[in-house]
Write a protein that binds this ligand. Structure first.
Ligand SMILES: N[C@H](C=O)CCC(=O)O
Length: 426
């Protein structure tokens, strides 16, 4: 047994499934998860000292690559002054100001510790604000693991083939109404029927938890118009896309202002930090100002805030997203070219530093399209790449990420490996 195998066996003794989050377990692709011991720039090293070019980036946060020197320095300096106070700090005021400056839809923001906390709190707030219970979500979207959101969800639930979790009371799930993604007619019909009862729509505006599916312009406009007309709250879950697809996130690309936005991943620079924020009148309902309770001992943790601030400052530098988009597109264009040359049915797309690839002729527009892609082929591709030093997400239902640390040579090396693997599996 190699080190990864030994560690996985040992891990299963005291950690359920040997992992602290299900998607890490290589569930649908099979095989042994890699246990990482080091990350630097675009690379990670596993317990057997195998180096990989990393396109997972801790599932999205590491837009600058692993252990960026400025982020590291900020974290070390902050930690030296205290790991946690459970009290306000100047740095969290600076981060809140910066977020509000970068995203015009956010007038007030609250910092939390995970994406799940952000979405869970945003939904409670939307319900408290509207006095309504019903929530609309879309099939294949994953908004963290709060009870009311584990209904027909993507990410690890899809990976393990169980899109609605056990342990969620039917009474809780009953208020979550699930519609197909990008289906304007279904959305209009639901609002026409019970629009006055709907507290909120929550959506991944670019769904990264069923691989990568983009909301159409018509769908975005319909969500905005219907929520405005019926007094419901539009929640953009930009935990994955926030500061990843562009400096003003997906909402900037869509040219709309959601009522509430959830952020995570990049905003915390690789540390446990997330946020939710939006309109003043809605945020004013939060305790201690209003009746909606939300709290957290580690919320606004100074070390995490330092990582977030350092990261947001670096990605705000002129040309950052332009360069990141070019690099990500180079990868996708290269893959398409190789797929053509090897007669592989394949499609791919990218926005900013986020990409999806599918063993299907056309880029998926819905959950059903993703389900119809050739996932057996995905698994073979994944393992072929992994064995040759390229680390992709171990699931056909997760997006990929390019960081500023991925060099031209890294992309060239990745494409060379992809060519070999396409030939192997075609
Ligand atoms: N898709 C998930 C979050 O974005 C992947 C991370 C996890 O569930 O551990």
């Amino acid at each position: 047994m190699n080190q990864n195998q030994q560690l996985f066996a040992a891990a299963q003794k005291h950690i359920p499934g040997g992992v602290n989050s299900p998607v890490r377990a290589f569930g649908s692709v099979g095989g042994t998860p890699r246990f990482f011991k080091k990350g630097l720039g675009a690379y990670v090293w596993d317990a057997d000292d195998q180096r990989y070019i990393d396109y997972v980036g801790s599932w999205g946060p590491l837009i600058l690559g692993h252990t960026h020197p400025d982020v590291l320095e900020a974290v070390i300096n902050a930690a030296k002054n205290g790991m946690s106070f459970g009290a306000p700090t100047a740095a969290e005021v600076e981060l809140a100001d910066l977020i509000c400056k970068m995203l015009p839809s956010i007038e007030q923001v609250r910092l939390v510790s995970s994406g799940t906390e952000a979405t869970m709190s945003a939904i409670r707030l939307a319900r408290g604000f509207t006095g309504r219970d019903k929530l609309v979500k879309f099939e294949g979207c994953y908004h963290g693991h709060a009870d009311s959101l584990l209904v027909k969800a993507g990410s690890g639930l899809l990976t393990f083939g169980n899109p609605s979790s056990a342990g969620v009371p039917a009474s809780v799930a009953a208020d979550t109404l699930v519609l197909p993604y990008n289906d304007v007619a279904a959305l209009e019909a639901l609002f026409a029927e019970i629009g006055e009862q709907i507290a909120a729509i929550i959506v991944e505006p670019i769904a990264g938890n069923m691989n990568m599916v983009q909301a159409s312009a018509e769908f975005v406009q319909a969500m905005r118009k219907l929520t405005e007309n019926y007094g419901s709250v539009l929640i953009y879950d930009e935990v994955m896309t926030g500061f990843r697809v562009g400096l003003q996130c997906t909402q900037g690309l869509h040219g709309i202002k959601p009522d509430l936005t959830c952020l995570g991943k990049v905003v915390g620079g690789g540390m446990p930090l997330a946020a939710f924020g939006g309109r003043n009148d809605i945020m004013a309902k939060l305790a201690p100002l209003g009746p909606v309770y939300q709290a957290g001992t580690l919320s606004g943790n100074p070390v995490a805030v330092a990582a977030g601030l350092a990261t947001l400052k670096l990605i705000s530098e002129y040309g950052f997203f332009n360069q990141l988009s070019i690099q990500t597109k180079k990868l996708c264009d290269g893959l398409i070219q190789i797929a053509k040359e090897t007669n592989t049915i394949f499609s791919t797309q990218s926005v900013g530093g986020m990409f999806g690839f599918y063993f299907s002729k056309n880029i998926p527009q819905s959950f059903a399209d993703v389900m119809n892609s050739d996932r057996t082929k995905f698994n073979s591709f994944f393992h072929g790449m992994l064995n040759k030093g390229i680390y992709l997400a171990p699931s056909a239902f997760e997006a990929g990420f390019v960081s500023a640390a991925h060099s031209d040579q890294d992309i060239i090396d990745t494409l060379e490996v992809a060519r070999l693997v396409f030939l192997e599996i075609s």
